[in-house]
Ligand binder design. Structure first.
Ligand code: KIV
Length: 292
């Protein structure tokens, strides 16, 4: 079979991504296997059918329907205003796109602000809405207070991704989009939360805007929970970026930890492939440029 075209890029020659039919679907056991073998996990946000399918075809292993859609798609000032119904709508669109493209990516959907805070039962009802919309896993923000909820969902067959560090749903309490876990005390607390969430059964954990050294230590310690960094250095088990950021379509100031992969590519798929390759090879993020 003739290999698909490759393209030159500052991130190297882009590998041809095999067609979906010849790729194995990304399942939870497969993600655990990648984690155990030290293969970096790639994740991008997507909010519609087409971008999700293109990301899958570029080799992105997990697609996150992030509540960042409130900001990048709906023009909100933060993610706080995003509702469960909105998340259901976008998750369904992405799931349809992946299904139509016979995609293999693992689909994660964010439980929005207020949809899991009251009780474990409320969290289960909200998670069920997202799973029935096509998600394979739900993500929720917060430390130890969410551990019981995580356990409750996992016991009922709902895979959970935790989210620590900068948790955008609590931006008003945090006082802005700032690095978290900088002091020794804050780092100790963050570590305790991370362990509690792993013990509760979280299979993945987003670490957002956390010092690179802390997230690298946590990554080594959490042997049963794959850390996915965003502004958390190169030492995590995987990386995630917001789609619009990595395509250079940011309306405001670009965060320091972002790289515009579109600046060296001439197609969205090419930019995504460059991202996948850079993450897989441990060349993104460059700690000196993208971490604290
Ligand atoms: O909502 C989102 O896009 C996220 C990522 C920043 C991890 O939570």
């Amino acid at each position: 079979m003739t290999p698909a075209t490759t393209a030159a890029s500052p991130y190297g020659t882009l590998p041809a991504v095999p067609p979906p039919a010849s790729r194995k679907p990304i399942s939870l056991p497969r993600l655990r296997e990648m984690h155990a073998q030290g293969e970096k996990i790639t994740m991008l946000t997507a909010y519609d059918a087409t971008f999700a399918a293109v990301a899958d075809s570029a080799g992105v292993e997990s697609i996150l329907v992030g509540d960042s859609l409130g900001m990048v798609c709906q023009g909100m000032p933060s993610t706080v205003g995003v509702t469960l119904e909105t998340m259901r709508h976008y998750t369904e669109s992405v799931a349809r796109g992946l299904h139509r493209a016979q995609a293999t990516a693992w689909l994660i959907s964010d439980l929005p602000f207020g949809s899991y805070h009251e009780s474990k039962e409320q969290a289960l009802r909200s998670a069920a809405v997202l799973m029935q919309a096509g998600a394979h896993m739900v993500k929720l923000e917060g430390g130890g207070w969410t551990a019981d909820t995580v356990h409750f969902l996992v016991e009922r067959g709902i895979p959970v991704c935790a989210h620590l560090g900068l948790t955008p749903q609590t931006v008003h309490s945090l006082g802005g989009y700032r690095v978290q876990g900088k002091s020794e005390e804050a780092a100790t607390t963050l570590k305790a939360h991370a362990h509690a969430l792993q013990d509760a059964g979280a299979a993945m954990m987003v670490l957002e805007m956390v010092p690179a050294a802390l997230s690298a230590t946590l990554t080594k310690e959490l042997t049963h929970c794959a850390t996915i960094g965003i502004g958390a250095g190169v030492g995590t088990a995987g990386q995630v970026l917001v789609l619009h950021d990595m395509l250079g379509m940011n309306l405001g100031k670009m965060a320091k930890f972002v790289h515009n992969f579109m600046s060296e590519e001439n197609s969205v798929r090419g930019a995504m492939q460059a991202y996948v390759r850079a993450v897989k090879e441990g060349r993104f993020p460059v700690d000196a440029l993208h971490a604290w």
